[in-house]
Write a new protein. Structure first.
Length: 96
């Protein structure tokens, strides 16, 4: 499993220690001592306009097919910035 650390923290170690006076093993030890962070990939989706009628707009999630209905004048991204499937929604295809 991959482990993630802050790039800034590594830069800070390099700045504090200098590369000429620090052995490779000490540098590895310093980097290994940094706290790791849990990272999950972001699933990106979009609300695609499925139907537009006199009273409402129906949008469908590009990732799972979930449908949401909004009255005219409401911003789908403001109401549903994330779908229930976890996808982070973008404006692509989400406006009329
Ligand atoms: Zn979805």
């Amino acid at each position: 499993m991959a482990e993630y650390i802050k790039r800034r923290s590594v830069h800070s170690i390099i700045e504090q220690t200098g590369t000429l006076t620090f052995t490779r093993s000490k540098m590895h030890k310093q980097v290994d001592s940094l706290p790791t962070t849990d990272v999950v990939p972001v699933i990106r989706g979009s609300w695609n306009l499925l139907r537009h009628d006199r009273f409402s707009d129906v949008f469908q999630c590009s990732e799972c097919g979930r449908k949401v209905s909004l009255t005219h004048g409401r911003d789908v991204l403001e109401q549903f910035p994330y779908c229930h499937c976890g996808a982070k929604m973008s404006a692509e295809g989400g406006s009329i």
